[in-house]
Design a protein around this ligand. Structure first.
Ligand SMILES: [Zn+2]
Ligand SMILES: [Zn+2]
Length: 413
């Protein structure tokens, strides 16, 4: 995971160059397919899949060969999945893949197909694409595992897992995470114990599982074991461990004080490293366009109206009992600014936009590139109640279906 994030950061740094190539390609009468694929991939790695799709749509009429290689086709499919493009867009690419024969023959394309359908929320179509694969490697199986886990269908995931001829750390971690999210601590522990070469993700998933089930002693024990095993948590892992451990507030006193100084240390590390290297992005489809928001975003043409609705929304939520979880904000700023910063999280802006533009009582669908924070999660539960709306939110980990004040994840995510 760490490698992937590092790659995203590096890709973002290299982007100006890619954007210059993008501009040249747009002007060119016969755009170079290889360059175009390179830029599409760079956008994807920098978590900008929409840019990738825009480039594709812009060039395809002049460069029909742009989808003629299995590499470019798999990049396009990945972009569809990451951008949460309507399933019809991905299905059209699937049809193209079938015509060209790539889908059957190429594992990259096949894996991208399964992932695209899974991310579009069509785990059934993902499974069809998985079953049709002439051969399966560990990457393809991992994508199918993750698809089931993201919908909390861990029993199905387990069947795939049990049938895998070879597994890697990602397979084991996905299962630990899947069971942990459902609160099936015993099964999570079974997989955890069977995992060789555990990494920070394995440990933090298991610690969170204990913490969320209020089995604080075991969480703490495991946390100590993790230290003893010299596992250095990465930034995102740190956040989940700290938030899990903060549930164990009662233990902060007395004999455990030494360990809890460790938590204070962690918080300092998080601040120093300025963890949010990848900005959170929430997107929503409206009027046949994808509208994307980052935290504190004021770039949208209807920004003024969005913020007006946001203020109203936060007021109504407070009246209904919402309390901002300012403890989640790690910057050294005053309470009011912390509240402000939480209110302007990208998913709340996307919801305000939805409330502004969509008919009363219609379902709101949002995609978030990172894990939703606890404050947004509890706000969304309340929004579903106060505004009588269903919300379907896909975050980095899973789908959340909010309705009547509850979420389908039962607060495990
Ligand atoms: Zn949030
Ligand atoms: Zn949820």
């Amino acid at each position: 995971m760490r490698g992937k994030r590092g790659a995203a950061a590096a890709a973002t740094a290299a982007l100006p160059e890619q954007q210059a190539v993008h501009a040249r390609l747009e002007k060119s009468a016969r755009p170079d397919v290889l360059y175009a694929t390179g830029v599409m991939r760079a956008y994807l790695r920098a978590s900008l899949p929409l840019q990738s799709l825009r480039l594709l749509a812009g060039l395809l009429p002049r460069a029909p060969r742009l989808l003629a290689t299995s590499f470019s086709l798999s990049v396009a499919l990945q972009a569809c999945g990451s951008a949460a493009a309507p399933v019809s867009v991905g299905a059209a690419l699937h049809a193209r893949a079938l015509r060209s024969g790539f889908a059957a023959a190429d594992l990259f394309v096949r894996t991208a197909l399964v992932e695209m359908y899974a991310k579009a929320g069509r785990v059934d179509l993902a499974r069809d694409a998985f079953d049709e694969a002439p051969l399966r490697d560990v990457f393809l199986c991992n994508v199918m595992l993750a698809a089931y886990v993201s919908r909390s269908e861990v029993a199905e995931a387990r069947k795939v897992f049990d049938g895998m001829p070879m597994r890697d750390l990602v397979s084991w971690n996905t299962m630990i995470h899947g069971y942990a999210m459902r609160g099936e601590v015993g099964l999570a522990r079974e997989i955890f114990d069977g995992t060789e070469d555990r990494d920070a993700f394995s440990w933090s998933s298991m610690i969170s599982a204990y913490a969320k089930s209020r089995r604080s002693k075991e969480a703490l024990e495991l946390w100590r074991e993790m230290h003893a095993a010299s596992i250095i948590p990465d930034c995102i892992t740190l956040v989940s461990v700290v938030s899990a451990c903060s549930d164990l507030g009662a233990l902060a006193v007395g004999a455990e004080a030494n360990s809890w100084e460790g938590v204070a240390e962690m918080r300092k590390t998080i601040r120093r490293d300025n963890i949010q290297r990848i900005p959170g992005r929430s997107s929503i489809e409206w009027d046949e366009k994808i509208h994307e928001f980052v935290s504190g975003d004021r770039l949208h043409p209807r920004s003024k109206e969005i913020y007006r609705v946001l203020e109203e929304m936060m007021d109504r939520l407070k009246q209904a009992g919402y309390k901002p979880m300012t403890g989640l904000v790690l910057q050294d700023i005053d309470e009011q600014s912390k509240e402000r910063s939480l209110a302007e999280h990208s998913e709340k802006l996307a919801i305000a936009f939805a409330l502004l533009t969509t008919p009363a009582r219609s379902t709101i669908r949002i995609t978030k590139n990172l894990r939703a924070c606890e404050d947004c999660h509890s706000a969304m539960k309340l929004i579903s109640l106060v505004y009588d709306r269903k919300l379907i939110v896909r975050d980095r980990n899973r789908f959340h279906h909010f309705s009547e004040g509850q979420c389908s994840c039962k607060d495990y995510w």
